[in-house]
Design a protein around this ligand. Structure first.
Ligand SMILES: [Fe+2]
Ligand SMILES: [Fe+2]
Length: 202
């Protein structure tokens, strides 16, 4: 296991449940469609930060690059779906991102710190899931997911560093609060399978 992945496993509060991996393998078309939505939303979150915090040059540069990378991932997922004959369609979102964002403080600077911490957690979990899935997938999807986990690991780091800079002091306590919520969202039974859902019992 490489260092970046080890750091992500140390950061996250729990591994992805085995039941979720089984759900994903049994619903690969749905996983790809939801994955495409996730990449698009990741780009959109980065862009909205760029609209809101125009005086933060470091954030503007990091988010601009991140948005481009996420849109590139989006195009790559669409290409794989096309090859497999999977049509893109609307999906109801997982409870995951909304569950985390519910706890974001309303006013700045707390708001920015929280949004960046949530960004770091979502990137870390995506990375962990790509790594957990890759050994179980066919070669072409396994290669793609292995390539994605490297950029998501870097995005996790970028978000965490930006959060520390925005806070100006330790964010450890706040990160722990969000991770406790994340653990619940990842481990508690869910009703619909999504890329960031909890386990769905069949
Ligand atoms: Fe991505
Ligand atoms: Fe990302």
């Amino acid at each position: 296991m490489n260092d970046a992945l080890k750091e992500i496993h140390d950061f996250l509060p729990c591994p992805t449940p085995k039941q979720w991996i089984d759900n994903a393998l049994a619903n690969q078309d749905l996983m790809l469609i939801d994955h495409a939505h996730c990449e698009k939303k990741a780009a959109s979150t980065a862009l909205s930060l760029m609209y809101r915090y125009v005086d933060n040059t470091r954030l503007l540069n990091k988010m601009s690059r991140l948005a481009r990378e996420e849109l590139r991932h989006f195009e790559q997922v669409l290409a794989i779906m096309k090859k497999r004959g999977v049509d893109y369609c609307h999906l109801t979102p997982a409870r995951y991102a909304a569950g985390l964002r519910q706890q974001v403080r309303a006013d700045d600077p707390g708001r920015l710190v929280d949004v960046l911490i949530v960004g770091a957690i979502i990137e870390a979990r995506s990375c962990e899931r790509f790594a957990a899935l890759a050994p179980c997938l066919d070669d072409s999807l396994a290669d793609f997911y292995s390539s994605l986990l490297k950029s998501e690991a870097r995005h996790y780091k970028d978000y965490l560093t930006l959060a520390e800079q925005a806070a100006g002091n330790s964010i450890e306590t706040r990160v722990s609060e969000f991770l406790a919520i994340e653990k619940e969202l990842i481990e508690a039974p869910d009703t619909e399978f999504r890329f960031h859902s909890g386990p769905v019992s069949s």
